[in-house]
Design a protein around this ligand. Structure first.
Ligand SMILES: *[C@@H]1O[C@H](CO)[C@@H](O)[C@H](O)[C@H]1NC(C)=O
Ligand SMILES: *[C@@H]1O[C@H](CO)[C@@H](O)[C@H](O)[C@H]1NC(C)=O
Ligand SMILES: *[C@@H]1O[C@H](CO)[C@@H](O)[C@H](O)[C@H]1NC(C)=O
Ligand SMILES: *[C@@H]1O[C@H](CO)[C@@H](O)[C@H](O)[C@H]1NC(C)=O
Ligand SMILES: *[C@@H]1O[C@H](CO)[C@@H](O)[C@H](O)[C@H]1NC(C)=O
Ligand SMILES: *[C@@H]1O[C@H](CO)[C@@H](O)[C@H](O)[C@H]1NC(C)=O
Ligand SMILES: *[C@@H]1O[C@H](CO)[C@@H](O)[C@H](O)[C@H]1NC(C)=O
Ligand SMILES: *[C@@H]1O[C@H](CO)[C@@H](O)[C@H](O)[C@H]1NC(C)=O
Ligand SMILES: *[C@@H]1O[C@H](CO)[C@@H](O)[C@H](O)[C@H]1NC(C)=O
Length: 772
């Protein structure tokens, strides 16, 4: 069994309990599994290499001829344009799929160590040729109630299906994805219909997303084969989720669980996709059955949620902090667009008159001014999937996004947020990580790439393990070429006061690269999904994560989502309290939720070149400092800084503290830790990291402990999740004034000569302050 944490109503949980007498803290729910290594997956390449190999072999000849064409070829004559197009197309085919696998320990793409000047060029959309034919539906005055004449309407119009086979034949990524989707559909086909599972509180969200996942795959394969088996199989899932199958599915009243509206919305989306993509093959009876269940179980509760202020299930209609508004409005929108015109009740028109404006005012603003998804890095997946599906459906069905892409002028940066949040092994996954993803992918990046003319978004995402998605068959512009890393800065600071975080690395393509993510930011205003974690950091090197996050507590723990005030029980759980973060703990007390840290940062602006083989220059560096005094109750000054040293081979973490209570430096690691005074040796995955306290103040030595609460902590309402295998590396000191400098030396075993950095006060840190 796997952990199915509930998506939760967060701050409205209190309200939820007040209004729903059936709300209870489940006891029968599975606790989260202990942190463990991600499963190695065989990936989704099954059966693909043959098809791709054929394409690649055919292309190599042309590629050799044309590959010397430079990326800067000007295409100002039709002949030049055609030549440039042929060149880039053949270089692309010759290179095939850039990543050699995504079945690494952390499921990140593995790039070959090579230089390919023909293919690894600056990201671009080849403007000499359009990827897709022009959409014949181009209304001059789009209206949300005026849909295209043909089907499908949602995301994948008929003209794109018609073009798809030849695009698949000439694009290795489309070929890979097509075959993977077929493979996925066969796997789902062999399973029983998605069984009903309600955890007792608020969740059939996993169930809903699985139905949607299957509907997408089955209807895709039907349209690519005309084999009606897939229509029958889709019908089976739809009937089952309507309670018309052979086994019971949900209660008779509110079967789609509108009390937790995400569930209702995702099932509505699934119904909308099925209705629309298989429109031509459904019998009139099937159509009216699908529509009647959709209206009763999804759309009627949707109207209530958006219009009836006396019910709490619509709290999300006024919420700009996160994914709920995007997911809920999207499901209602896709479903309404699908049945518009056939629906005689008027509910589809009514909803479309509400959802678009609502999402523009709310969903679009869950993205901070710097591109950060304000909830957490992992909740980005849910929110952007909802936003992308909704905007894309509106564009294909009616000819406009009505401003969903543009109303927040910084929304496009949410793609950078995700790319920079991804470390060398995994996400800088602060705060809560959310339920199982299923249909929530990072593929909004593929849509945003074209929409915002950011080709690197698509080039980054197309090699990721979750890219084989029916949406990508229509969102991907096959005229994209180049390498996402070519010219991409290694570092980026995100400095909206609510977020304040920075990403620094030594390479974009080397799985062994050094990566540091660190954050400050406010502790409120994140949909109660954050931790008390000003100063928290993660560190990757040598293909593993040395300093990491503990992730979610049990979402069903009492008061886990009660609120984000100082007294909230949420902050009594180890994984959410300051103690459970990689930061400074003072007086064994949580950070102040009203903290308003300030930051400073710098980067040498080093960019990776075309090659995947890249060594940053020796003076290449980045740093981030924060004054986090306001996060502490018993300190007059607490400052933290982190920087890359020695051409990004080493990391210095420095803390300057004046505290009137005990001081603890804490870092959580999966490594085996052996300690000798001011030195610690960490071993993990057969690799070694030396950590030392340089210029150690009196009494500062390393100790270690299990990742469990201190005996002085208040008892939380429910037990903490265990953190097996996790060790806390510690420096414990009495009240006082300290300058703690901790140096991380990953044992690269490549002849690297380590440097001992000078001691420089944080306020005097500059890009060059640590040159030796
Ligand atoms: C899509 O993949 C399936 C399964 O591998 C294959 O049979 C089919 O030919 C592919 N479609 C195209 C257009 O290549
Ligand atoms: C499926 O049927 C449609 C409509 O008759 C036709 O245009 C299309 O070529 C068929 N596709 C396949 C793979 O047979
Ligand atoms: C399920 O059964 C109900 C009651 O007979 C009917 O109204 C509805 O249309 C059916 N829905 C589906 C998808 O079969
Ligand atoms: C609003 O919700 C309340 C509580 O469920 C319900 O009694 C009332 O009929 C609803 N109002 C409308 C106009 O639907
Ligand atoms: C942070 O982002 C939010 C949401 O876009 C915006 O309202 C706010 O003004 C931004 N704050 C700063 C300091 O830029
Ligand atoms: C395809 O199947 C694999 C393995 O079953 C799964 O991890 C992946 O998410 C599926 N992809 C889609 C788009 O459903
Ligand atoms: C331990 O490893 C797991 C799996 O990779 C990861 O999710 C977790 O964040 C790691 N924990 C720490 C403390 O590094
Ligand atoms: C916050 O939640 C706690 C329980 O975790 C509760 O005791 C407290 O009253 C709540 N505060 C507010 C302002 O709602
Ligand atoms: C890096 O780029 C930023 C933004 O363009 C600029 O302000 C800064 O001066 C640059 N730093 C260096 C060292 O070039």
């Amino acid at each position: 069994m796997s952990y199915n944490p509930l998506e939760s109503a967060h701050q409205s949980h209190q309200v939820y309990q007040d209004h729903d007498p059936s709300f209870s803290q489940s006891t029968g729910f599975l606790a989260p599994q202990p942190a463990s290594k991600p499963k190695t997956s065989k990936w989704i390449r099954v059966g693909i290499p043959v098809a791709v190999a054929v394409i690649v072999a055919a292309a190599v000849v042309a590629g050799v001829v044309a590959s010397r064409k430079s990326k800067s070829s000007s295409a100002n004559s039709p002949a030049a344009a055609a030549a440039a197009s042929a060149s880039s197309a053949s270089a692309k085919l010759a290179a095939g799929i850039f990543a050699t696998a995504t079945n690494s320990e952390y499921m990140i793409p593995i790039y070959p160590s090579t230089t390919n000047t023909a293919a690894y060029t600056a990201p671009t959309f080849n403007s000499a040729a359009s990827g897709w034919p022009a959409d014949p539906f181009a209304p001059s005055n789009p209206s949300v109630l005026s849909v295209r004449p043909d089907r499908p309407r949602l995301i994948a119009p008929a003209y794109k299906w018609a073009a798809l086979p030849s695009l698949i034949a000439s694009d290795p990524y489309l070929a890979l994805w097509n075959a993977s989707i077929f493979n996925n559909a066969s796997q789902y086909d062999a399973l029983p219909v998605v069984p009903y599972f309600d955890d007792g509180d608020s969740g059939i969200l996993d169930v809903a997303r699985q139905v949607k996942q299957r509907v997408k795959a089955f209807s895709y394969v039907y349209r690519m084969t005309n084999n009606t088996h897939w229509v029958d199989r889709t019908w089976e899932e739809l009937q089952n989720a309507a309670g018309n199958g052979t086994t019971p599915w949900g209660p008779d009243v509110d079967r789609w669980n509108s009390a937790h509206f995400l569930d209702t919305a995702e099932l509505s989306a699934a119904y909308g996709i099925a209705y629309d993509w298989l429109y031509d093959i459904w019998t009139p009876t099937q159509k009216s059955s699908i529509m009647s269940s959709l209206i009763t179980l999804g759309l009627e509760p949707g109207v209530q949620a958006l219009t009836n202020s006396s019910i709490f299930t619509g709290w999300w209609a006024k919420n700009i902090e996160g994914n709920w508004n995007c997911v809920c409005n999207n499901g209602l929108t896709m479903a309404s667009l699908a049945i518009l015109g056939d629906d005689t009740s008027g509910i589809a028109s009514q909803l479309l008159g509400l959802t678009v404006e609502n999402a523009k005012a709310n969903c679009a603003f869950a993205v901070s001014s710097d591109g950060t998804w304000s909830e957490t890095a992992d909740y980005w997946y849910f929110g952007t999937t909802g936003h992308a599906e909704m905007a894309s459906s509106l564009v294909t069905a009616t000819g406009s996004d009505y401003g969903l892409f543009s109303v927040n002028p910084n929304l496009w940066q949410v793609g950078l947020f995700h790319m920079y949040g991804q470390g060398a092994t995994s996400l800088f996954n602060w705060g809560d990580n959310g339920p199982n993803k299923y249909t929530a992918t990072a593929n909004s990046l593929i849509l945003y790439a074209s929409q915002f003319n950011q080709p690197q978004f698509a080039l980054f995402q197309r090699d990721q393990h979750d890219s084989a998605d029916p949406w990508n068959m229509f969102w991907y512009n096959p005229q994209v070429s180049g390498a996402f890393w070519d010219g991409l800065p290694l570092d980026r600071a995100f400095d909206n006061s609510t977020d304040q975080w920075m990403s620094m690395r030594s390479s974009w393509t080397d799985g062994n690269a050094l990566f540091v993510g660190i954050k400050a930011g406010t502790l409120q205003g994140h949909q109660t999904h954050n931790d008390l974690d000003v100063g928290d950091f993660v560190l990757d090197a040598l293909g593993t994560r040395w300093a990491g996050e503990l992730g979610d507590g049990d979402y069903l723990s009492p008061d886990y989502f009660s609120n984000d005030t100082q007294g909230s029980a949420r902050w009594m759980y180890y994984r959410k309290m300051t103690e459970g973060q990689n930061t400074i703990l003072i007086g064994a007390t949580n950070q102040n939720v009203a903290a308003k840290p300030t930051i400073n940062h710098g980067t040498s602006n080093t960019t990776q070149g075309s090659s995947t083989v890249f060594t940053p220059p020796s003076d290449s560096t980045a740093f981030f400092t924060t004054d986090m005094t306001s996060a502490y109750f018993s300190a007059t000054s607490v400052k933290r800084g982190i920087r890359l040293l020695n051409g990004r081979k080493q990391v210095l973490l420095q803390d300057e503290i004046t505290a009137t209570a005990s001081v603890m430096w804490r870092m959580h690691t999966n490594a085996t830790v052996s300690i000798s005074g001011t030195s610690a040796t960490l071993t993990l995955d057969g690799k070694t990291m030396d950590v030392s306290i340089v210029n150690a103040p009196d009494g500062a030595t390393f100790t270690k402990s299990d990742a469990t609460r201190l005996s002085t902590d208040v008892t939380p309402p429910a037990a903490d999740q265990p953190n097996p295998g996790v060790t806390v590396l510690l420096i414990s000191l009495p009240a006082g004034t300290y300058n703690l400098q901790v140096l991380f030396n990953p044992q690269w075993n490549d002849g690297t000569k380590f440097v001992t950095p000078p001691s420089v006060a944080l306020d005097s840190w500059t890009l060059r302050s640590h040159d030796t």
